[in-house]
Unconditional design. Structure first.
Length: 72
């Protein structure tokens, strides 16, 4: 279930609060006003990367919690 959720975050902006489409659109819009396209897109990719890392850490903790019962 965790892998599916992370996959949907990466593939679709419908399941996330701040999706890929909105993030890149905002970065392009802000970049056009100041001609800092690369800086804005880099910031957007870092935000997206942090969202993905947070979800992966949460999923690994959930998996570790449920794996404890199999070890006993």
């Amino acid at each position: 279930m965790g892998n599916s959720f992370i996959g949907m975050l990466k593939d679709s902006s419908l399941v996330s609060v701040l999706g890929v489409w909105e993030l890149t659109f905002l970065a392009r819009t802000l970049g056009q006003a100041t001609f800092n396209h690369m800086e804005m897109l880099t910031a957007a990719s870092i935000i997206y990367w942090i969202l993905s890392i947070c979800l992966e850490v949460i999923q690994s903790r959930i998996e570790r919690y449920y794996a404890r019962s199999k070890a006993r």
